[in-house]
Design a protein around this ligand. Sequence first.
Ligand code: ATP
Ligand code: MG
Length: 287
Amino acid sequence: MNTAVQVVNTRIGIVTATDLEQDQSFTRTLGEITSPNARMQCRNINVWYANKQAIKDVSLDIGKHEVVAMIGPSGCGKSTFLRCLNRMNDTIPIARVNGSIKLDGKEILDRGIDVVPLRAQVGMVFQKPNPFPKSIYENIAYGPRIHGLTTSRTELDELVEISLRRAGLWNEVKDRLNQAGTGLSGGQQQRLCIARTIAVSPEVILMDEPCSALDPIATAIIEELIDELRAHYSIAIVTHSMQQAARVSQRTAYFHLGDLVEVGPTEQIFNQPQHKLTEDYITGRFG
Ligand SMILES: Nc1ncnc2c1ncn2[C@@H]1O[C@H](COP(=O)(O)OP(=O)(O)OP(=O)(O)O)[C@@H](O)[C@H]1O
Ligand SMILES: [Mg+2]
């Protein structure tokens, strides 16, 4: 984990949203938007909700075996951008997305793309744990069954075990697989949701503030898990905790009013941001 990074309040004074809206200094994203080992390549992404633009010409790669943290003030478009990566904005009638997003070189914004397998390849973990109202076993087995990933009960049992082990939950639930998933603690439920995502063999896992409903101990467990999951998956995580971004991610992207202002190695973003807006945010002057 990235313990060398410290987030320090070095400035005083408050910048208002209006000041920043009037700040004309933003022209293009600072830092390296590409990854040498890209799993996803997003280029010139624009998103509108009806007439209001929420994402403005954002380009960013998500690399293999990397955790990319997305930070920025509330309403800057983090969740909107994350939802582009598995076409979840399709479920919002007034949302319109354009640009290009490639997963392993294949365009996913094409109209003809079947979003059901896409959302297995690019899975999502939400802010509030949302297990199905089914048993722990069925929470995991449901996805592989509908995607036809296993051919026998033995194989399915194995996949359930592997997924729960990988999510760090197996030892806590192996003796009560038939009990309701909703009966677990919040932190366990969130790991159950991660196991459910893992069970359908994703390549990318999207996490939108996955720890915001959890206590510090459950948060620490999930953060450790994120670090381990990186060995197998690419992860994009939205967080309001700069300490969390510093602990779990290798790259950090700073969003502001729909713009991707700056992206770079996490240590550099927190210790030597290049853009004033990034510096203002990480030093606590705004947001
Ligand atoms: N379903 C929606 N319909 C209309 N506008 C939306 C919708 N979802 C988001 N927006 C608008 O798009 C902008 C970006 O919202 P988004 O939820 O992506 O921000 P965010 O950075 O995730 O904020 P937060 O940190 O509060 O979660 C905001 O102005 C928001 O009001
Ligand atoms: Mg959000």
